[in-house]
Design a protein around this ligand. Structure first.
Ligand code: UDP
Length: 247
């Protein structure tokens, strides 16, 4: 089921459902796209129609962030659960490992994906790393060639929002992969370079606060986008209620 939050059509599914759908897509060999928008990306979509188009045409749109979950609830159409891209990616790689599947790691600073590869091989027994490329390149062509030469089941695209969504959107037709997922800073976490919030914080929906405390440079970005997102949600709610009353 799809749920609209400020013009973005989110999939209302559980993590388990998302992973099995993800596995089906890796087998479809159709270069399917998974995006994992949080409130920040939803706000970016409001200002960037081409980004919105890419996000809404993705095969899976996973609600990654407590802001989106609250937003949907305030609009009276709650999403099933938060499906964090980083957990989704790991679970799909674990499933792929069981089948001897392959992943290509694209993104992050030089050397980071190599460290991520080591950790992922340990955490996802059987997974084969088909290739690696850092996220600092100016020409898509050679990177696409490298990916297509190995045609992985899964391509992780960790170039940060919204660069990764634009990258997937403009290159989809040229790529030969099963499924690709835009996972932001996940490569840094898989590599052990950035720590995730402890489970307790995650359960309380405070992962964003932990990120803010440990990566304070995010403050400016969040301070700009989060309140704007919530204001837009309230405005949308008022509009919808008014429309419902006049019906
Ligand atoms: N990154 C990249 N190429 C770039 C800019 C950024 O590969 O040109 C990487 C960066 O090294 C980091 C990730 O993209 O690993 C962005 O992380 P961040 O936590 O900012 O992403 P977000 O989840 O906020 O999109």
């Amino acid at each position: 089921m799809k749920i609209d939050v400020l013009g973005i059509s989110f999939d209302s599914i559980s993590m388990d459902e998302a992973v099995s759908r993800g596995m089906e897509l890796t087998e479809s060999r159709s270069s399917a796209i998974v995006v994992t928008p949080n409130a920040e990306i939803v706000s970016m979509c409001g200002a960037d129609p081409s980004l919105k188009e890419i996000v809404n045409s993705a095969e899976m749109v996973l609600p990654d962030g407590i802001g989106v979950i609250y937003g949907a609830r305030l609009l009276g159409r709650p999403l099933k659960e938060k499906v964090a891209g980083i957990d989704f990616g790991l679970s799909v790689m674990q499933e792929l490992g069981k089948r001897g599947g392959t992943v290509f790691l694209l993104g992050a600073k030089p050397g980071v994906a190599e460290e991520a590869a080591e950790n992922l091989c340990r955490r996802c027994p059987g997974l084969r790393i088909a290739g690696i490329n850092n996220g600092y390149f100016s020409d898509d062509g050679p990177v696409i060639e490298k990916i297509n030469a190995v045609s992985p089941d899964l391509l992780l695209v960790c170039l940060g929002a919204s660069a990764q969504e634009h990258w997937m959107g403009r290159n989809r037709e040229k790529l030969s992969v099963g499924l690709m997922a835009g996972l932001g800073g996940s490569m840094d976490v898989y590599a052990g370079q950035v720590q995730r919030a402890p489970k307790g914080w995650q359960k309380l929906g405070l992962e964003w606060l932990y990120r803010l405390l440990t990566e304070p440079w995010r403050f400016k970005r969040m301070a700009r986008t989060l309140p704007a997102f919530m204001m837009d949600v309230f405005r949308q709610r008022r509009r919808e209620r008014r429309a419902a009353r006049s019906r």
